[in-house]
Design a protein around this ligand. Structure first.
Ligand code: ZN
Length: 658
């Protein structure tokens, strides 16, 4: 037989990465149009094939292009923005606020261009992305000529490209409709993660993926905290929870899966889900180590991904493959875990299957698309070569080769790089454009970091409402007179409550910033049990608006919000110069006195032990009303038998501090 073909690549160590890890040396690959026509020993192919162009590979390794199984390519522009932080502080404190402000189609276009250059140079021919304005990622990737699974993000927050989840879901639908059937782009939907989505979003995105038979790309079980929260909120870990939302009706590509047990691995396997293992990201964010060996033994398709370049901080798959092999050995105390051929299979054939693109790419086999790379193995860092063991070449690639050893890249039968030169991309101006973004983002963050309130707003934690607060406070030696006074007919009790309160005050270098109070309110029921807990975050303005006779105090500028994150999160995000902890037992009454409503707080300070205090408080939105209340408040505290203190402290933190 004699076929005519476009290219015949000869004189190579051909690693097919097929099921049997077939090698040919010297081997050859025939490429016809966008596909591989034949793979085999060089002399056989020379006889079978008539090529328009024969290319001498000069003894390099010829193998399938690497599959980056999970990334957020446009985040190249956020590389190095915030590092060495915990996932929630990094994501909710930095990435998301900056993304909401800066991510635009232009940002995504530029970031994708940079990412594609970096990936082509390091031998990646296909990647799985998830970001905003995925349309731009798809467009740039197709122009450049790479293959990608592009997932349009859907999440419960308002995002850079959508005001609501309904809007982003509609955008995902249109995106899928536009790109479905494209030769290079596999469109997908990307519900960001169970903790940034609602049940409704998970169900709706799964339905969308099933409707169009496209993959669903998401993050699952990345941190122990995520699993713990899932157990608390839904009474089950992450995998059963998303299964319950029908997520696995879709062709799922799940990034991370660090904290999954044997049963969950079987669930993933049973539903044909692919997993993207992200060694650098998991190491850098200290998320833990995914049970990769177990997953592979179970038969899961586990690919390897770089994750976004803001959490890695690069898109270097050679480094990632090496780490995957090393990490598995360390995690299992077994140097035979994830040997080099397996690690490389994860980065090629298994990765393609994880993306649900295994029928198209991931190995050099006739009929598959011509997605291939040439790797030089004669660099000083990679000699000599032992040929006694056929697996030696995999070890060379995994443990010694560098991404810069990749010299040539072909995707879909088209050369994207020849002899280290990019053919479909122009790097001119890209550096300057990237630096322009960095300058703007720097300025934005510098301004934000200067003010506690703007940092609070950046994480969606403030409902800004200017109000006036009237307060009179007295230190008392005994609570009995207060309780007796409350029985008198002049005071009408509207309701009463009992709390244990745990307050953490964050103080800052600049006192004008005010202080931030994180309060855990334990509501104690009449039987003395904790029946409810709520968390509140309050920014307390420092300035005293006015001081009245009898030490009544008028203050304003308090910002209140429910605390959605942990104390630890706020501590790391706000980075206060000083922190004060206060614990107290509080009896609180809402009362009517002389026709005016007040709160009376009877506090016993347990930490530090400062004794009893009585406070009369009222909050209002009118200054005039506040002035009137200030007068009545001093009457009330005197009626209670207490003498307002000379030193009025707005908060116990001041007392504890002095
Ligand atoms: Zn990710």
């Amino acid at each position: 037989m004699n076929h005519t073909t476009d290219f015949l690549l000869t004189n190579a160590i051909v690693l097919t990465m097929d099921k049997n890890l077939t090698q040919f040396e010297p081997g050859a690959v025939a490429v016809s149009g966008d596909s591989i026509l034949a793979v085999g020993p060089e002399d056989e192919l020379r006889q079978q094939v008539q090529a328009r162009e024969t290319i001498d590979c000069q003894g390099k390794v010829l193998m399938p292009g690497l599959i980056n199984a999970h990334t957020h390519v446009p985040m190249t522009l956020l590389r190095g923005l915030a590092d060495d932080l915990r996932l929630d502080v990094w994501l909710l404190g930095y990435m998301m606020p900056v993304e909401r402000r800066f991510v635009s189609p232009d940002f995504v276009r530029l970031g994708t261009l940079l990412g594609c250059i970096e990936m082509i140079r390091s031998g990646v021919t296909c990647f799985a992305d998830m970001y905003y304005y995925e349309e731009e990622v798809a467009r740039v990737t197709a122009e450049v000529g790479m293959r990608a699974l592009c997932a349009q993000t859907v999440l419960k927050f308002h995002s850079p490209d959508a005001e609501s989840f309904e809007e982003s879901l509609a955008a995902a639908r249109e995106f899928i409709q536009r790109w479905k059937g494209h030769e290079l782009i596999e469109p997908a939907v990307g519900p960001h993660s169970p903790y940034t989505c609602t049940e409704e979003i998970l169900r709706a995105t799964a339905e969308l993926a099933v409707e169009f038979d496209v993959p669903l790309h998401t993050h699952l079980a990345e941190t122990a905290q995520e699993v713990e929260n899932s157990r608390q909120d839904h009474d089950m870990p992450v995998i059963p929870y998303v299964k319950k939302q029908n997520l696995f009706d879709a062709k799922v590509l799940a990034a991370h899966c660090v904290h999954v047990d044997d049963g969950e691995i079987h669930t993933l396997m049973h539903h044909g889900a692919g997993v993207a293992h992200n060694p650098s990201s998991n190491l850098k964010l200290a998320s833990g180590t995914a049970p990769v060996k177990k997953m592979l033994e179970t038969g899961l398709n586990v690919g390897i991904g770089t994750d976004g370049p803001a959490s890695n901080n690069d898109l270097d798959m050679f480094e990632e493959v090496r780490l995957a092999a090393l990490l598995a050995k360390n995690a299992t105390n077994d140097p035979t875990s994830v040997p080099a051929p397996v690690a490389l299979t994860m980065a090629t054939r298994l990765g393609a299957h994880a993306l649900h693109l295994g029928h198209l790419t991931g190995s050099l086999e006739p009929g598959k698309r011509a997605d291939l790379i040439l790797v030089e193995i004669d660099g000083l860092h990679n000699i000599p070569h032992f040929r006694r063991d056929a697996n030696g070449v995999y070890a060379q690639l995994v443990y010694a080769a560098k991404s810069t050893d990749v010299s040539d890249v072909m995707v879909n039968g088209r050369w994207l790089m020849r002899n280290h030169s990019l053919l479909t991309l122009d790097e001119t101006d890209l550096r300057k454009q990237a630096q322009d973004y960095a300058r703007q983002i720097d300025a934005f963050l510098i301004e934000r970091e200067q003010s506690v309130i703007s940092k609070l707003i950046a994480i969606g934690g403030a409902t800004e409402a200017e109000s006036f607060e009237v307060q009179v406070k007295a230190h008392i030696s005994d609570s009995t007179p207060i309780l007796a006074a409350l029985e008198k007919p002049e005071i009408e009790i509207l309701y009463s409550r009992h709390y244990h309160e745990y307050d953490s005050y964050f103080l800052f270098e600049d006192p004008d910033q005010g202080s931030l109070r994180y309060r855990e309110d334990e509501y104690i029921d009449p039987d003395g049990n904790v029946s409810d807990i709520r968390y509140r975050l309050t920014l307390i303005g420092q300035e005293q608006e006015q001081r009245y006779p009898n030490n009544a105090l008028l203050s304003r500028s308090r910002y209140l919000a429910p605390a959605a994150h942990s104390l630890r999160f706020y501590r790391e995000y706000f980075n206060p110069t000083k922190e004060i902890s206060i614990e107290k037992d509080r009896l609180r009454w809402r009362v009517l006195f002389k026709g005016t409503e007040f709160y009376i707080n009877l506090d016993r300070l347990d930490k530090p032990e400062l004794g009893y205090f009585v406070e009369v408080k009222s909050r209002t939105w009118s200054r005039r009303d506040a002035e009137h209340k200030a007068e009545v408040a001093t009457d009330l505290i005197q009626f209670l038998g207490a003498t307002p203190d000379e030193i009025i402290t707005k908060d116990y933190s001041t007392l504890a501090y002095s």
